[in-house]
Design a protein. Structure first.
Lengths: 97, 252
């Protein structure tokens, strides 16, 4: 894969979404479209987490508990670095067991 | 007198825009404590997936979106086609279209300023700019530039360190990707509609991954989850500002 080309295509797509609203401020969207657009990122992120965890079936027993720990830390503290450290530490500790 | 008034007005507007820019820039600096480590984690994950130092940094400079970049790294590892990377990146930032509409309506800024501010539009920059009371494009631009610098510093550190690790996959560095997704996802799941969207998306992703490549499964599950959550939200007429105010949260 041509990574530089892929990056540029991604950059154009993300910029277009960011610019779209700022440039077309006079327009309104149908309420249903607004609701769907608002929830697509939540759904897409969940799909990514799920597929990422399921992509290594031999490590599901390690990755799933680590993800649960990370999610709890994210929920309780709201601190990104703490969530990542907690998840990685849990994963490494489970590997030692 | 008209020409002098114009110059004075322009000078006043310029200095007030500069003040707002600096205020936005400084207001976001406390968020560096989250942005830099997440950038480090992205840099490590990208190097583990086989990206070079230059490719890793280029993505942060050009795309500037944690969720889009980590999803790209994850999908590159799964050998997904470029169009899937682009569509997933766009889907993950779909809500910024709504933020842009809200901000765009409330400001009379020039087209040039809108074009510049758009590149730096993120949830964090919007939240910080909003905390000052009223979002202005100069303050949004200042906050966005501040976040951009922090994100790229973190990326540079992680990408450099990642190149020094002899066997990143053996250390399980690839587990960082789902952790970063969780960092962004957890604060967003605060309403029944969001829980419903997440549940449908998770189940759909598991099913679709059995019959389709990873990129297609992610996009399909994202769309199904978004529609399911919207159908179950039970709202009547909803405008953009109400939706964002009710569900605001999370980082991009």
């Amino acid at each position: 894969m041509n990574i530089v080309g892929a990056v540029l295509v991604m950059a154009v797509g993300v910029y277009a979404v960011r610019l779209g609203g700022l440039l077309h401020a006079g327009r309104s969207l149908p309420a249903a479209s607004v609701r769907v657009l608002h929830l697509v990122p939540v759904a897409t992120l969940t799909a990514l987490v799920t597929i990422s965890l399921a992509s290594r079936p031999e490590e599901v027993g390690l990755r799933l508990p680590a993800a649960v720990v990370a999610a709890v830390v994210a929920y309780r503290t709201g601190r990104a670095w703490l969530c990542i450290v907690a998840g990685l530490t849990s994963y490494w500790l489970l590997r030692l067991v | 007198m008209d020409a002098i008034d114009t110059v004075l007005t322009t000078a006043t507007n310029d200095s007030s825009s500069r003040r707002l820019f600096v205020r936005g820039f400084l207001a976001l600096t406390p968020l560096w404590i989250g942005a830099v480590p997440t950038g480090v984690a992205y840099g490590l994950a990208a190097r583990e997936a086989g990206l070079t130092l230059g490719e890793t940094q280029l993505m942060s400079l050009a795309v500037f979106s944690a969720s889009a970049q980590i999803s790209a790294v994850s999908l590159i590892d799964e050998r997904a086609p470029v169009v899937m990377l682009a569509l997933t990146a766009t889907a993950l930032n779909a809500h910024l279209l709504l933020l842009g509409l809200t901000i765009g309506r409330a400001t009379r800024a020039s087209r040039r300023l809108r074009l510049a501010a758009a590149f730096f539009l993120t949830d964090g920059a919007y939240g910080v700019a909003l905390s000052a009371g009223r979002v202005t494009l100069p303050s949004l631009l200042g906050a966005g530039v501040s976040m951009f610098i922090a994100w790229n510093i973190g990326t540079a550190i992680g990408a450099t360190a990642g190149g020094a690790v002899p066997d990143p996959r053996g250390l399980g560095i690839d587990v960082i990707a789902p952790l970063i997704f969780l960092v962004v996802l957890v604060p967003l799941v605060r309403t029944r509609a969001a829980v419903q969207a997440a549940a449908v998306a998770g189940a759909s992703a598991l099913c679709l991954a059995q019959v389709a490549p990873a990129g297609t499964a992610v996009l399909g599950a994202g769309l199904l989850g978004g529609i399911a959550g919207a159908l179950g939200s039970g709202r009547g007429r909803t405008d953009v500002a109400t939706t964002i105010a009710a569900d605001k949260g999370g980082a991009g």
